[in-house]
Design a protein around this ligand. Structure first.
Ligand code: NDP
Ligand code: MG
Ligand code: MG
Length: 339
Protein backbone atom coordinates (compact mmCIF):
# COMPACT_ATOMS: atom_id res chain seq x y z
CA UNK A 1 0.00 0.00 0.00
CA UNK A 2 1.19 3.48 -0.81
CA UNK A 3 1.97 5.81 2.06
CA UNK A 4 -0.81 8.37 2.53
CA UNK A 5 -0.73 11.65 4.44
CA UNK A 6 -3.66 13.81 5.50
CA UNK A 7 -4.00 17.26 7.06
CA UNK A 8 -3.19 15.94 10.54
CA UNK A 9 0.18 14.71 9.18
CA UNK A 10 1.07 18.11 7.68
CA UNK A 11 2.39 21.13 9.52
CA UNK A 12 1.65 24.31 7.60
CA UNK A 13 3.94 26.16 10.03
CA UNK A 14 6.93 24.55 8.26
CA UNK A 15 6.37 27.29 5.66
CA UNK A 16 6.49 30.07 8.26
CA UNK A 17 9.10 32.62 7.30
CA UNK A 18 9.52 31.03 3.87
CA UNK A 19 8.90 33.03 0.74
CA UNK A 20 6.99 31.02 -1.83
CA UNK A 21 7.32 31.84 -5.51
CA UNK A 22 4.84 30.48 -8.01
CA UNK A 23 6.18 30.66 -11.55
CA UNK A 24 3.21 30.92 -13.95
CA UNK A 25 -0.39 31.91 -13.40
CA UNK A 26 -2.25 29.48 -15.65
CA UNK A 27 -4.46 26.57 -14.67
CA UNK A 28 -2.33 25.37 -11.75
CA UNK A 29 -0.46 28.62 -11.04
CA UNK A 30 -3.47 30.75 -10.12
CA UNK A 31 -4.86 27.98 -7.90
CA UNK A 32 -1.63 27.36 -5.97
CA UNK A 33 -0.92 31.08 -5.53
CA UNK A 34 -4.40 31.97 -4.30
CA UNK A 35 -4.85 28.90 -2.10
CA UNK A 36 -1.45 29.38 -0.44
CA UNK A 37 -2.10 33.07 0.12
CA UNK A 38 -5.46 32.33 1.74
CA UNK A 39 -3.74 29.68 3.87
CA UNK A 40 -1.56 32.50 5.25
CA UNK A 41 1.62 31.96 3.21
CA UNK A 42 3.92 34.67 1.85
CA UNK A 43 3.43 34.29 -1.90
CA UNK A 44 4.76 35.97 -5.02
CA UNK A 45 3.94 35.14 -8.64
CA UNK A 46 6.68 35.12 -11.30
CA UNK A 47 5.57 36.01 -14.82
CA UNK A 48 7.18 37.02 -18.10
CA UNK A 49 7.06 40.68 -19.10
CA UNK A 50 3.79 41.41 -20.89
CA UNK A 51 2.01 38.35 -19.49
CA UNK A 52 -1.71 38.59 -19.97
CA UNK A 53 -2.04 37.27 -16.40
CA UNK A 54 0.01 40.02 -14.74
CA UNK A 55 -2.89 42.38 -14.05
CA UNK A 56 -5.17 39.50 -13.11
CA UNK A 57 -2.78 38.24 -10.42
CA UNK A 58 -2.29 41.73 -9.04
CA UNK A 59 -6.03 42.32 -8.99
CA UNK A 60 -6.35 39.16 -6.90
CA UNK A 61 -4.06 40.80 -4.32
CA UNK A 62 -0.88 38.91 -5.21
CA UNK A 63 2.53 40.46 -5.66
CA UNK A 64 3.95 39.85 -9.11
CA UNK A 65 7.55 40.02 -10.31
CA UNK A 66 9.41 38.90 -13.40
CA UNK A 67 10.38 35.24 -13.38
CA UNK A 68 14.02 36.03 -12.56
CA UNK A 69 13.15 38.47 -9.75
CA UNK A 70 10.56 36.12 -8.29
CA UNK A 71 13.02 33.21 -8.39
CA UNK A 72 15.58 35.33 -6.57
CA UNK A 73 12.99 36.42 -3.98
CA UNK A 74 11.65 32.93 -3.21
CA UNK A 75 12.94 30.25 -0.86
CA UNK A 76 10.46 27.76 -2.29
CA UNK A 77 10.03 27.98 -6.05
CA UNK A 78 7.15 26.12 -7.67
CA UNK A 79 7.49 25.67 -11.42
CA UNK A 80 4.05 26.04 -12.97
CA UNK A 81 4.76 27.02 -16.54
CA UNK A 82 3.94 24.55 -19.31
CA UNK A 83 6.15 21.46 -19.23
CA UNK A 84 7.52 22.09 -22.71
CA UNK A 85 8.94 25.54 -21.85
CA UNK A 86 10.16 24.71 -18.34
CA UNK A 87 13.71 23.79 -19.36
CA UNK A 88 14.25 27.10 -21.19
CA UNK A 89 12.67 29.16 -18.39
CA UNK A 90 14.76 27.28 -15.83
CA UNK A 91 18.04 27.87 -17.70
CA UNK A 92 17.39 31.54 -18.38
CA UNK A 93 15.80 32.82 -15.20
CA UNK A 94 15.70 30.28 -12.41
CA UNK A 95 19.05 28.48 -12.31
CA UNK A 96 21.02 31.77 -12.01
CA UNK A 97 18.85 32.77 -9.05
CA UNK A 98 18.78 29.52 -7.06
CA UNK A 99 20.52 29.55 -3.71
CA UNK A 100 21.75 26.62 -1.64
CA UNK A 101 18.93 25.40 0.57
CA UNK A 102 16.13 26.59 -1.72
CA UNK A 103 13.38 24.17 -2.63
CA UNK A 104 12.61 23.73 -6.32
CA UNK A 105 9.15 22.27 -6.79
CA UNK A 106 7.17 20.76 -9.65
CA UNK A 107 3.58 19.68 -10.22
CA UNK A 108 4.59 17.06 -12.77
CA UNK A 109 7.81 15.08 -13.08
CA UNK A 110 8.45 15.28 -16.83
CA UNK A 111 11.43 17.64 -16.87
CA UNK A 112 13.25 16.09 -13.93
CA UNK A 113 12.57 12.50 -14.90
CA UNK A 114 13.58 13.01 -18.53
CA UNK A 115 16.57 15.14 -17.44
CA UNK A 116 15.52 18.31 -19.26
CA UNK A 117 16.23 20.12 -15.99
CA UNK A 118 19.19 19.07 -13.81
CA UNK A 119 19.19 21.18 -10.61
CA UNK A 120 22.31 21.67 -8.47
CA UNK A 121 22.85 19.18 -5.64
CA UNK A 122 22.45 21.77 -2.88
CA UNK A 123 18.71 22.47 -3.42
CA UNK A 124 15.72 20.34 -2.48
CA UNK A 125 13.84 19.00 -5.50
CA UNK A 126 10.33 17.83 -4.84
CA UNK A 127 6.91 17.53 -6.32
CA UNK A 128 3.37 18.20 -5.21
CA UNK A 129 1.23 17.09 -8.12
CA UNK A 130 -2.50 17.69 -7.74
CA UNK A 131 -4.46 14.89 -9.36
CA UNK A 132 -6.95 17.25 -10.96
CA UNK A 133 -7.22 20.34 -13.14
CA UNK A 134 -6.01 23.63 -11.68
CA UNK A 135 -9.44 25.20 -11.74
CA UNK A 136 -10.67 22.34 -9.57
CA UNK A 137 -7.71 22.80 -7.20
CA UNK A 138 -9.07 26.31 -6.72
CA UNK A 139 -12.81 25.61 -6.59
CA UNK A 140 -12.50 22.69 -4.18
CA UNK A 141 -10.26 24.73 -1.86
CA UNK A 142 -12.83 27.52 -1.79
CA UNK A 143 -15.50 24.95 -0.90
CA UNK A 144 -13.48 23.54 1.99
CA UNK A 145 -12.35 20.44 0.12
CA UNK A 146 -9.24 19.72 -1.94
CA UNK A 147 -7.77 17.77 -4.82
CA UNK A 148 -5.63 14.79 -3.72
CA UNK A 149 -1.93 15.18 -4.50
CA UNK A 150 1.15 13.09 -5.12
CA UNK A 151 4.32 13.90 -3.18
CA UNK A 152 7.77 12.95 -4.44
CA UNK A 153 11.22 13.96 -3.28
CA UNK A 154 14.05 13.71 -5.79
CA UNK A 155 16.70 15.56 -3.74
CA UNK A 156 16.56 16.17 0.00
CA UNK A 157 19.52 18.54 0.37
CA UNK A 158 18.24 20.24 3.51
CA UNK A 159 16.67 17.17 5.08
CA UNK A 160 13.42 19.15 5.24
CA UNK A 161 12.01 18.39 1.79
CA UNK A 162 9.20 16.20 3.14
CA UNK A 163 8.16 18.85 5.70
CA UNK A 164 8.01 21.45 2.95
CA UNK A 165 6.13 19.22 0.54
CA UNK A 166 3.51 18.23 3.12
CA UNK A 167 3.08 21.82 4.32
CA UNK A 168 2.68 22.96 0.72
CA UNK A 169 0.09 20.24 0.09
CA UNK A 170 -1.82 21.45 3.14
CA UNK A 171 -1.55 25.04 1.93
CA UNK A 172 -3.17 24.32 -1.42
CA UNK A 173 -5.86 22.15 0.18
CA UNK A 174 -4.55 18.88 -1.25
CA UNK A 175 -4.00 17.30 2.16
CA UNK A 176 -7.75 17.49 2.79
CA UNK A 177 -8.13 14.92 0.01
CA UNK A 178 -4.96 12.95 0.75
CA UNK A 179 -1.31 13.06 -0.25
CA UNK A 180 0.22 9.91 -1.68
CA UNK A 181 3.96 9.43 -1.59
CA UNK A 182 5.54 8.37 -4.85
CA UNK A 183 8.64 9.02 -7.01
CA UNK A 184 9.23 11.38 -9.93
CA UNK A 185 9.50 8.36 -12.20
CA UNK A 186 6.22 6.78 -11.12
CA UNK A 187 4.33 10.08 -11.18
CA UNK A 188 5.63 10.94 -14.65
CA UNK A 189 4.91 7.56 -16.17
CA UNK A 190 1.49 7.03 -14.59
CA UNK A 191 0.39 10.61 -15.32
CA UNK A 192 1.35 10.34 -18.98
CA UNK A 193 -0.23 6.91 -19.28
CA UNK A 194 -3.46 7.98 -17.58
CA UNK A 195 -3.96 11.02 -19.76
CA UNK A 196 -3.04 9.21 -22.98
CA UNK A 197 -4.73 5.85 -22.60
CA UNK A 198 -7.75 6.70 -20.47
CA UNK A 199 -8.55 10.26 -19.42
CA UNK A 200 -7.87 12.36 -22.50
CA UNK A 201 -6.79 10.16 -25.40
CA UNK A 202 -9.05 7.24 -24.56
CA UNK A 203 -12.13 9.18 -23.49
CA UNK A 204 -12.09 11.69 -26.35
CA UNK A 205 -11.62 8.95 -28.95
CA UNK A 206 -14.42 6.90 -27.39
CA UNK A 207 -16.84 9.83 -27.35
CA UNK A 208 -15.91 10.89 -30.87
CA UNK A 209 -16.39 7.39 -32.30
CA UNK A 210 -19.70 6.97 -30.48
CA UNK A 211 -20.90 10.36 -31.74
CA UNK A 212 -19.86 9.59 -35.32
CA UNK A 213 -21.44 6.13 -35.28
CA UNK A 214 -24.83 7.56 -34.33
CA UNK A 215 -24.65 10.51 -36.74
CA UNK A 216 -23.54 8.29 -39.65
CA UNK A 217 -26.53 6.05 -38.91
CA UNK A 218 -28.83 9.06 -39.45
CA UNK A 219 -29.56 10.12 -35.87
CA UNK A 220 -29.62 13.80 -34.95
CA UNK A 221 -26.19 15.16 -33.98
CA UNK A 222 -27.80 16.84 -30.95
CA UNK A 223 -29.07 13.46 -29.83
CA UNK A 224 -25.62 11.94 -30.39
CA UNK A 225 -24.06 14.76 -28.36
CA UNK A 226 -26.38 14.26 -25.39
CA UNK A 227 -25.93 10.50 -25.48
CA UNK A 228 -22.19 10.12 -26.03
CA UNK A 229 -20.74 13.33 -24.65
CA UNK A 230 -23.00 15.26 -22.28
CA UNK A 231 -23.93 12.17 -20.30
CA UNK A 232 -20.31 11.14 -19.82
CA UNK A 233 -19.91 13.56 -16.92
CA UNK A 234 -23.10 12.44 -15.24
CA UNK A 235 -21.93 8.84 -15.36
CA UNK A 236 -18.42 9.72 -14.19
CA UNK A 237 -19.82 11.76 -11.30
CA UNK A 238 -21.62 8.67 -10.04
CA UNK A 239 -18.48 6.52 -10.34
CA UNK A 240 -16.48 9.24 -8.63
CA UNK A 241 -18.94 9.25 -5.76
CA UNK A 242 -19.43 5.57 -5.11
CA UNK A 243 -17.51 3.46 -7.58
CA UNK A 244 -18.89 1.55 -10.57
CA UNK A 245 -21.41 -0.08 -8.23
CA UNK A 246 -23.01 3.30 -7.47
CA UNK A 247 -23.24 4.03 -11.19
CA UNK A 248 -24.75 0.62 -11.87
CA UNK A 249 -27.21 1.15 -9.02
CA UNK A 250 -28.38 4.38 -10.55
CA UNK A 251 -28.64 3.32 -14.19
CA UNK A 252 -31.31 0.87 -15.38
CA UNK A 253 -30.69 -2.88 -15.34
CA UNK A 254 -31.04 -2.71 -19.12
CA UNK A 255 -28.10 -0.30 -19.25
CA UNK A 256 -26.08 -2.48 -16.88
CA UNK A 257 -26.79 -5.60 -18.99
CA UNK A 258 -25.67 -3.66 -22.09
CA UNK A 259 -22.52 -2.63 -20.26
CA UNK A 260 -21.58 -6.30 -19.73
CA UNK A 261 -22.57 -7.40 -23.24
CA UNK A 262 -21.13 -4.57 -25.36
CA UNK A 263 -18.30 -2.90 -23.45
CA UNK A 264 -15.76 -5.55 -24.39
CA UNK A 265 -17.03 -5.63 -28.00
CA UNK A 266 -16.10 -1.98 -28.34
CA UNK A 267 -12.83 -2.37 -26.45
CA UNK A 268 -11.72 -6.00 -27.06
CA UNK A 269 -9.91 -7.07 -23.90
CA UNK A 270 -6.72 -8.68 -25.25
CA UNK A 271 -6.19 -6.22 -28.09
CA UNK A 272 -6.89 -3.13 -26.03
CA UNK A 273 -4.63 -4.34 -23.22
CA UNK A 274 -1.89 -5.05 -25.76
CA UNK A 275 -2.24 -1.53 -27.20
CA UNK A 276 -2.25 0.04 -23.74
CA UNK A 277 0.94 -1.84 -22.85
CA UNK A 278 2.56 -0.51 -26.03
CA UNK A 279 1.56 3.05 -25.07
CA UNK A 280 3.05 2.48 -21.59
CA UNK A 281 6.27 1.09 -23.07
CA UNK A 282 6.73 4.19 -25.26
CA UNK A 283 6.33 6.33 -22.15
CA UNK A 284 8.77 4.25 -20.08
CA UNK A 285 11.37 4.11 -22.86
CA UNK A 286 11.26 7.87 -23.40
CA UNK A 287 9.89 7.47 -26.96
CA UNK A 288 6.86 9.63 -26.21
CA UNK A 289 8.98 12.27 -24.41
CA UNK A 290 11.34 12.40 -27.40
CA UNK A 291 8.42 12.93 -29.76
CA UNK A 292 6.94 15.71 -27.64
CA UNK A 293 10.27 17.50 -27.27
CA UNK A 294 10.85 17.24 -31.06
CA UNK A 295 7.30 18.41 -31.81
CA UNK A 296 7.95 21.59 -29.81
CA UNK A 297 11.26 22.18 -31.56
CA UNK A 298 9.58 21.76 -34.95
CA UNK A 299 6.88 24.40 -34.46
CA UNK A 300 4.15 21.98 -33.35
CA UNK A 301 2.84 21.31 -36.85
CA UNK A 302 1.17 17.99 -35.98
CA UNK A 303 -0.21 19.31 -32.67
CA UNK A 304 -1.68 22.47 -34.23
CA UNK A 305 -3.19 20.59 -37.17
CA UNK A 306 -4.90 18.08 -34.85
CA UNK A 307 -6.22 20.86 -32.61
CA UNK A 308 -7.66 22.76 -35.60
CA UNK A 309 -9.19 19.59 -37.02
CA UNK A 310 -10.89 18.71 -33.72
CA UNK A 311 -12.30 22.22 -33.34
CA UNK A 312 -14.22 21.70 -36.59
CA UNK A 313 -15.62 18.32 -35.59
CA UNK A 314 -19.43 18.39 -35.29
CA UNK A 315 -19.26 17.00 -31.75
CA UNK A 316 -17.54 20.27 -30.82
CA UNK A 317 -19.65 22.67 -32.87
CA UNK A 318 -22.98 21.02 -32.03
CA UNK A 319 -21.92 20.76 -28.39
CA UNK A 320 -20.98 24.43 -28.14
CA UNK A 321 -24.37 25.46 -29.49
CA UNK A 322 -26.26 23.21 -27.08
CA UNK A 323 -24.24 24.32 -24.08
CA UNK A 324 -24.72 27.99 -24.97
CA UNK A 325 -28.48 27.51 -24.88
CA UNK A 326 -28.62 25.65 -21.59
CA UNK A 327 -30.36 27.68 -18.93
CA UNK A 328 -27.15 28.16 -16.97
CA UNK A 329 -25.15 28.87 -20.14
CA UNK A 330 -21.72 27.59 -21.03
CA UNK A 331 -19.20 27.47 -18.20
CA UNK A 332 -16.91 30.33 -19.10
CA UNK A 333 -14.87 29.97 -15.93
CA UNK A 334 -12.17 27.99 -17.74
CA UNK A 335 -9.12 29.85 -18.87
CA UNK A 336 -8.98 27.66 -21.98
CA UNK A 337 -6.89 30.12 -23.97
CA UNK A 338 -3.76 29.26 -22.01
CA UNK A 339 -4.09 25.51 -22.30
P1 NDP B 1 -0.84 26.67 -18.17
O1 NDP B 1 -0.58 26.46 -19.61
O2 NDP B 1 -2.24 26.74 -17.72
O3 NDP B 1 -0.11 28.01 -17.66
C1 NDP B 1 1.14 28.30 -18.08
C2 NDP B 1 1.69 29.52 -17.40
O4 NDP B 1 3.06 29.56 -17.75
C3 NDP B 1 1.08 30.84 -17.86
O5 NDP B 1 1.01 31.74 -16.79
C4 NDP B 1 2.08 31.30 -18.91
O6 NDP B 1 2.31 32.65 -19.03
C5 NDP B 1 3.37 30.80 -18.32
N1 NDP B 1 4.39 30.67 -19.39
C6 NDP B 1 4.31 30.00 -20.56
N2 NDP B 1 5.43 30.14 -21.26
C7 NDP B 1 6.24 30.93 -20.52
C8 NDP B 1 7.55 31.44 -20.70
N3 NDP B 1 8.26 31.16 -21.80
N4 NDP B 1 8.08 32.22 -19.74
C9 NDP B 1 7.39 32.50 -18.62
N5 NDP B 1 6.14 32.05 -18.37
C10 NDP B 1 5.58 31.27 -19.33
O7 NDP B 1 -0.03 25.51 -17.40
P2 NDP B 1 -0.62 24.39 -16.44
O8 NDP B 1 -1.10 25.02 -15.18
O9 NDP B 1 -1.53 23.50 -17.20
O10 NDP B 1 0.67 23.51 -16.14
C11 NDP B 1 1.65 23.91 -15.20
C12 NDP B 1 2.29 22.64 -14.61
O11 NDP B 1 1.32 21.94 -13.85
C13 NDP B 1 2.81 21.65 -15.64
O12 NDP B 1 3.96 21.05 -15.12
C14 NDP B 1 1.70 20.61 -15.72
O13 NDP B 1 2.13 19.32 -16.13
C15 NDP B 1 1.25 20.59 -14.27
N6 NDP B 1 -0.09 20.09 -14.05
C16 NDP B 1 -1.13 20.67 -14.73
C17 NDP B 1 -2.42 20.26 -14.51
C18 NDP B 1 -3.57 21.02 -15.08
O14 NDP B 1 -4.63 20.93 -14.52
N7 NDP B 1 -3.44 21.79 -16.15
C19 NDP B 1 -2.70 19.11 -13.61
C20 NDP B 1 -1.55 18.67 -12.84
C21 NDP B 1 -0.29 19.11 -13.11
P3 NDP B 1 1.26 33.80 -19.45
O15 NDP B 1 0.67 34.18 -18.13
O16 NDP B 1 2.15 34.84 -20.02
O17 NDP B 1 0.30 33.19 -20.40
MG1 MG C 1 -0.39 15.48 -17.06
MG1 MG D 1 -29.64 5.98 -21.77
Amino acid sequence: MAKMYYEKDCDLAKLDGKKITIIGYGSQGHAHALNLKESGCDVCVGLRQGSRHWAEAEAAGLQVKTVAEAAKWGDVIMMLVNDEVQAAVYQADIAPNLEAGNALMFAHGFNIHFKQIVPPADVDVLMIAPKGPGHTVRSTYVNGKGVPCLLAVEQNATGKAYDIGLAYAAGIGGARGGVMETTFQDETETDLFGEQAVLCGGVVELMKLGFETLVEAGYAPENAYFECIHEMKLIIDLINKGGVAAMNYSISDTAEFGEYVSGSRVLPYEETKKNMKAVLRDIQDGVFAGKWIAENKNGRTFFNAKRAQLAKHPMETVGAELRRNMLWGEDTDLDTASN
